[in-house]
Design a protein around this ligand. Structure first.
Ligand code: B12
Length: 387
């Protein structure tokens, strides 16, 4: 059997396999995090999310992850910041000539979690070779990643709720290896460097970060894009061109500077999505292409819902292709899609597309009243059927 590794060796192994940093902490409960989750739940700031909110006691007790657990090795992987900055995206939004392009959050434009897992697996493999038990836990409802990372000394919990590493900033994904070996390290807790800076609060498009380190998920665009039901009408314009996730509170953070990933580069996939192409794709094609995103019930109608809000915000009303996809969506069998198509058509001044449709067809199979309430919001009475 090989000897037990120390943190320095594990850090070297992890870094060689895709991690940007690695630190260690114990398995005692993270009581501050438990309290934070319970408080937010009590105030309704979790907006019905489950994740770590489903079982806060378990999510803040790393000892429950593995029998005999003694240490949690927490790994970070730094990824590339968004390629198009906010100003470039705004310029594209303002130019009605261009095709509508939806923005995708940077952390999903490459397989960062895959490479994070590779780095953590390399660490776990080394521990197992020494006879230890070791499990990888990553973006899992059983563990609060940011809290465990901050306790291991990898960074501080910022105003924007992100774990901010003093050198790497916040463009990171986080995961852990839980093991039954005691890995010793003197943890140096990183002081909060946000100070009085409140750029993330000021620049958040919906004002979701009022209080330091507290996110109101009811207003967070990243959550609203993943939530079930209609996209709240009050936040549709603020959504702008965002199709999946929102990076604004990180883009404006001065701590993110120019640091670049120094680890294995991940192959890039789509960071910009052509909205008309998306809406023209079949459900099967959409799930095949975007199935790695968090999509409610894995139903393509949610991708169409989000794409229609983006189209309403940045689509060109004179583009015949835009008109064609709107017509297709107004004829969709999904009331969710029809209702958002009504919003997009109205926002682009194309109410004629709605007025020329029969009310029976538009209102057909609308058990939750999505279509009816959208029509009422715009004061539209569709043509009555002759039958
Ligand atoms: C639910 C969730 C979301 C929700 C809600 C996020 C939220 N702020 O609550 C939504 C869908 C909105 C979301 C969005 C995003 N997310 Co998210 N999300 C999660 C998930 C699954 C759980 C987070 C959670 O527990 N929230 C509950 C609240 C109460 O926790 P919190 O805000 O993190 O606050 C903690 C601390 O404040 C701590 N705490 C409070 N006081 C104190 C005091 C002390 C001393 C200590 C130690 C701790 C502590 O307690 C809280 C609980 O841990 C984690 C993965 C995981 N398993 O942890 C990823 C995770 C947090 N998300 C991540 C990412 C990348 C994002 C996005 C950037 C994606 C995007 N571009 O759209 C955005 C960022 C938005 C934002 N500012 O949070 C990363 C964050 C990496 C980092 N460097 O911080 C994580 C860790 C995923 C991962 N494994 O890499 N996310």
């Amino acid at each position: 059997m090989v000897s037990s590794p120390n943190l320095e060796e594990l850090r070297r192994i992890g870094k060689g396999a895709g991690l940007s940093d690695l630190a260690v902490t114990g398995v005692q409960p993270i009581v501050e995090a438990r309290q934070a989750i319970q408080n937010r739940k009590a105030l309704g700031l979790h907006a019905g999310m489950t994740f770590t909110y489903g079982n806060p006691v378990r999510a803040t007790d790393p000892s429950q992850l593995l029998e005999g657990a003694k240490s949690v090795l927490v790994g970070l992987r730094r990824y590339q910041a968004p390629l198009r900055n906010k100003n470039q995206r705004r310029a594209a939004e303002d130019s009605q000539e261009q095709r509508a392009v939806g923005a995708v959050a940077a952390y999903v434009t490459s397989d960062e979690y895959g490479l994070l897992r590779d780095g953590l697996m390399a660490v776990a493999t080394r521990l197992r070779a020494a006879g230890a038990r070791a499990d990888v836990v990553m973006d899992d409802n059983r563990l609060v990643d940011r809290a465990v990372a901050s306790r291991s000394g990898l960074g501080w919990l910022g105003r924007n709720t992100m774990l901010i590493h003093p050198q790497l900033g916040s463009w990171t994904v986080i995961g852990s290896v839980v093991t039954d070996v005691l890995i010793r390290e003197e943890v140096k807790i990183v002081d909060d460097e946000c100070g009085t800076c409140n750029r993330c609060s000021v620049e958040c498009p919906t004002g979701a970060i009022d209080n330091f380190g507290v996110l109101d998920a009811n207003r967070c665009l990243a959550w609203l894009l993943q939530a079930k039901g209609v996209f709240p009408r009050s936040h549709r314009v603020a959504l702008g061109d965002r199709l999946y996730g929102c990076d604004d509170c990180q883009v404006v953070c001065p701590k993110n500077g120019d640091a670049q990933p120094d680890v294995l580069a991940a192959p890039k996939s789509e960071s910009d999505v052509d909205i008309v192409d998306l809406l023209n794709s079949s459900d099967e094609q959409l799930i095949a292409r975007y199935g790695h995103w968090y999509i409610p019930r894995r139903r393509a109608e949610y991708l169409r819902r989000n794409a229609l809000v983006v189209l309403g915000n940045i689509g060109s009303s004179s583009d015949p292709e835009v008109e064609r996809v709107l017509e297709n969506c107004l004829d969709s069998s999904s009331p969710l899609v029809r209702s958002h198509a009504i919003w997009a058509a109205c926002r682009l001044g194309k109410t004629d597309l709605i007025e020329t449709r029969s009310s029976d067809a538009l209102l057909e199979d609308d058990p939750d009243g999505f279509v009816a309430s959208e029509l009422a919001a715009w004061g539209i009475t569709p043509t009555l059927d002759s039958r």
